[in-house]
Design a protein around this ligand. Structure first.
Ligand code: ADP
Length: 484
């Protein structure tokens, strides 16, 4: 059951240049738990994207001229408004995205924490004085906001993926225009409600919904845009990066993953089981840092598989708004079909189903939490991100083999491993070709640490002190003529 609290945030207009604007053409938004239409949003395109960019460019001088303390206070107000409305925003998020309410509220707190973090970082954007090689000259380095930022985000974290871009942009002094995924626009528009309420100057924060390609083209081609920040699939990210780079715009790309979770013979198995559950089944497996491959050393393979499958069978599947639900529906039918293809390919090549394996009896896009054993590197699931609730268990014998298997992918976002051997912990951490490595933990995201990948998982970092640098230009100032 939903309360009525979320209604205030369910806006069917876009927030562009500080105004709420409706459109003649509308896109329907559905609840993945039951297929009901929640509402509609405008089907805007290049024209409206251009208007948002023009407004952002106009307000940029005013926004960058604010003191760091003033921008910090806006970020702090954004944080407080998100937290004051955590329940309502969580409910709205579950309605459009499907994840369990507890996870949705957790995401609001996680997203809000980026505004708090960057409120604190906004006042610490220091420059440098560099020792000069000339007696009569001085060298300084100052930091400046890059300018107008355009963001494109996916449906799996409809609040947090925007929050970690917007908070850093605003703190650095950049206006931002957000294009959310068409499946989950309401959590983004809700952030427009908050931007309006806390009194951000018009044009500093806009949200535009509509067809992705024309809006993306305007973002990449408009000369007033300084930076494109994107979270989504590697295919779309590469295409956007190429377009943006051909116009010499800064880019941050947070793309797909193929995360390994390695369990060594010396691991604490109970801890590994809990970590693997959290890592794999959070958001029904629909995160870019979810374990996509679970690699288990031969000495503990059977014991781990048994304990893990037992726990997975206990996971409660249902509408995210029902209490106690641990796994909601998948976002759409296409996602279920991909899960089915990965399972049938694996089974046809010799894998065994140890838990789940089928569509859930609830119907729609609900799928049973699934464990596959006997999975090998030739199977599609070893290479392609499943983005669903399927845990494939691979077997390995040695540390070298585990590292080779883990790195055998074009992706390099998150990785995880369990061991109680300190030397191995350090060795494997260094050997994994990933932007992020968690040792003896299944969840690693936090606003205070740099989130991002290497290889085909993208460029740039979000969160932490490094996250702010992605929104800053360094300026070298040389002061000559100091000699008498
Ligand atoms: P996912 O598989 O998570 O939906 P996508 O990369 O398709 O990943 O989508 C992520 C975001 O990119 C969404 O906001 C989507 O609308 C947007 N997007 C998809 N195609 C394009 C495109 N051609 N140009 C710009 N944005 C796009």
């Amino acid at each position: 059951m939903t309360s009525k609290a979320h209604k205030k945030f369910l806006r069917e207009d876009c927030y562009i240049a500080g105004e709420w604007r409706g459109g003649a053409e509308k896109l329907a938004v559905t609840n993945p738990a039951n297929g009901d239409t929640i509402g509609h949003v405008p089907d805007f395109g290049r024209k409206e994207a251009k208007e948002a960019i023009t407004a952002a460019a106009k307000v940029f001088p005013e926004w960058r001229a604010k003191t760091a303390d003033e921008r910090s206070k806006f970020c702090r107000s954004f944080y407080e408004a998100l937290m004051d409305n955590q329940d309502a925003l969580g409910e709205l998020l579950t309605l459009e995205q499907g994840k369990p309410l507890a996870e949705a509220k957790g995401e609001i707190a996680y997203g809000a924490a980026f505004f708090k973090w960057f409120a604190e970082e906004a006042v610490r954007v220091y420059g440098d004085v560099i020792p000069s090689p000339w007696a009569d000259k001085r060298i300084v380095v100052t930091k400046e906001p890059v300018g107008v930022v355009c963001s494109i985000t996916p449906w799996n974290f409809p609040n947090a993926m925007i929050a970690r871009k917007a908070a850093a942009a605003l703190a650095a002094g950049c206006p931002i225009i957000c294009k959310p995924a068409s499946q989950t626009p309401y959590s983004a528009l809700a952030m427009g409600v908050i931007a309006d309420e806390i009194g951000l100057p018009k044009g500093v924060f806009s949200v535009i919904t509509g067809e992705a390609a024309p809006i993306g083209d305007e973002f990449c081609e408009n000369p007033a845009v300084a930076k494109i920040t994107f979270t989504g699939s590697t295919g779309v990210g590469k295409m956007l990066a190429a377009k943006a780079m051909s116009n010499m715009k800064r880019v941050s790309m947070e793309l797909g993953g193929n995360a390994p979770l390695i369990i060594f013979d010396d691991a604490d198995l109970d801890r590994a089981v809990e970590g693997a559950i959290a890592c794999k089944f959070r958001n029904a497996g629909q995160t870019c840092v979810c374990a996509n491959r679970i690699l288990v050393q031969s000495g503990v393979y059977d014991a781990f598989a048994e304990k893990f499958a037992k726990r997975v069978k206990e996971l409660k599947v249902g509408d995210g708004l029902e209490s106690g639900v641990e796994q909601g529906p998948l976002i759409e039918e296409k996602a279920v079909e991909k899960v089915e293809q990965h399972i049938s390919d694996a089974v046809s090549k010799g894998a065994k189903v140890a838990a789940g394996g089928d569509r859930h009896k609830l119907g729609g896009t609900f799928f049973e939490p699934t464990v596959l054993t006997g999975v090998t590197p030739e199977m599609v699931i070893a290479k392609d991100e499943t983005f669903g609730p399927v845990a494939p268990l691979f077997k390995f014998d040695s540390e070298e083999e585990a590292i080779q298997m883990a790195n055998d992918t074009e992706f390099g976002l998150a990785s995880y491993f369990y061991t109680n051997d300190l030397g191995r912990a350090w060795r494997v951490m260094e050997a994994l070709q990933y932007g992020m490595v968690a040792v003896n933990e299944g969840i690693l995201s936090t606003p205070v640490a740099p989130f991002g990948g290497v290889k085909d998982s993208g460029v740039g970092r979000e969160g932490s002190k490094y996250g702010l640098e992605d929104y800053i230009n360094v300026k070298y100032g040389l002061f000559g003529g100091l000699g008498k």
